[in-house]
Design a protein around this ligand. Structure first.
Ligand SMILES: Cc1ncc(COP(=O)(O)O)c(C=O)c1O
Length: 381
């Protein structure tokens, strides 16, 4: 057996990375144990430390994000929490935006228990960042485009503000995926993903990823993962590898569909607002053109009618499009954020930054665009 690469025991490499389900590994000699411990070879000892199937996928995501390495873990929320646990301590300020995935509110409550000060801003009021950066600001955390209103956040501006006080900039790139946006090129220190979404791409796995531009970041995050045990199982890692192989094709089609749907909805009288960075009328369009490529991603948000009942009736009439949470899937999905992803927020905060009771979030899938537009048309009528 080749002791340095458990994935090539037969000398040639299978086209699909083998799933290594072992939790522990036999040391072929004390010399092998020493080499692994001293970091001379990329060996394996125990699953909580590392897994060869996962390691291959980490290198693939690192390559996509233009990073040096990557740490994958059990979910997007695990990835974000690992970043917070690794780099924040009591007395630090975390500056972030209301417009991020709802479960972050719960994580913020936990951070506050440990004395971290969390400041929430509206992503549409980015000039407020300058007013709120203080000496104890340790990290700025953003999504761009944001969940659920797909607001564009100016990463160059955030980098400048973070540099005033030596803070880190962490960007959640779940909505854009590396096909559309490379936050490391705009000065992000770390890039996180819910790989459950576009990277995996098939509604069949849960995983998180943190792309690291230096080995130091990788080592620090690896330390946290090994300590708390958020190591990903090799089975979802294998599915993730399969998803990554078609990421570019899927992301291109989703962005084409999202653009077509946004342009169509913008002409409908029953749709008073459409949020999508690919529309020239969108407030984030110019910045998105600067920091995104190959289109503007597969997610958009829009209001239907005037009341939540109007939006519910519309969703119930859809025949091709599915009523489900999550995004980046082969099927087009819609949900009402106030009834789903924003349930994590205290009720008084659910509609303070632009989300309305009748706002619908849509994640474009891979279907024929004409078929999707027909479905939206009949449901609006
Ligand atoms: C932008 C974004 N980040 C993070 C998460 C959390 O990911 P996960 O559900 O894999 O924990 C989500 C989930 O929807 C998300 O949309």
């Amino acid at each position: 057996m080749n002791e340095t690469d458990p994935l090539t025991p037969y000398g040639n490499r299978p086209m699909v990375t083998p799933i290594v389900s072992a939790v522990n590994y036999e040391y072929l000699s004390f010399e092998v144990l020493r080499k692994i411990t001293d970091g001379e070879i990329d060996g394996y000892t125990y699953h909580r430390d590392d897994n060869p199937t996962c390691r291959v996928v980490e290198k693939q995501i690192a390559a996509l994000e233009g990073a040096v390495d990557c740490v994958i873990c059990t979910s997007g929320m695990a990835a974000i929490t690992m970043v917070f646990l690794t780099y924040l301590k009591g007395g630090d300020q975390l500056l972030t935006f209301h417009d991020i995935y709802g479960a972050n509110y719960k994580v913020a409550l936990i951070l506050e228990k440990f004395g971290v000060e969390v400041v929430w801003l509206d992503a549409a009021e980015q000039q407020k960042v300058a007013d709120n950066v203080k000496d104890n600001t340790r990290m700025i955390f953003c999504e761009t485009p944001t969940n659920p209103l797909v607001k564009t956040v100016d990463m160059t501006m955030l980098r400048e503000q973070a540099d005033r006080v030596g803070a880190m900039l962490v960007v959640d790139n779940t909505f854009a995926t590396p096909y559309h946006q490379l936050p490391l090129e705009f000065g992000a220190d770390l890039v996180v993903h819910s790989a459950t979404k576009g990277l995996g791409g098939h509604n069949d796995l849960m995983a998180g990823a943190i792309a690291c531009p230096t080995k130091e970041y990788y080592d620090e995050l690896w330390f946290t993962r090994q300590a708390i045990g958020t190591t990903l199982d090799p089975f979802p890692a294998s599915r993730l590898e399969k998803g990554l192989k078609t990421l570019n094709l899927r992301a291109a089609k989703m962005a084409e569909n999202a653009q077509g749907i946004a342009e169509f909805l913008a002409t409908r009288p029953k749709v008073p607002r459409v949020c999508y960075p690919g529309l020239p009328s969108d407030p984030g369009h110019e910045i998105a053109r600067r920091q995104m490529k190959n289109g503007f991603g597969g997610v958009l948000a829009f209001d239907v009618g005037e009341t939540q009942e109007d939006a519910k009736r519309f969703v119930e009439k859809l025949e091709v499009i599915y009523h489900a949470v999550s995004l980046g899937a082969p099927e087009t999905l819609v949900c009402l954020p106030v009834l789903t992803t924003m349930l994590y927020l205290p009720p008084e905060r659910r509609t303070t930054f632009g989300v309305k009771p009748n706002t619908v979030r849509l994640s474009a899938g891979l279907e024929d665009l004409d078929e999707l537009i027909e479905d939206l048309k009949q449901a609006l009528e």
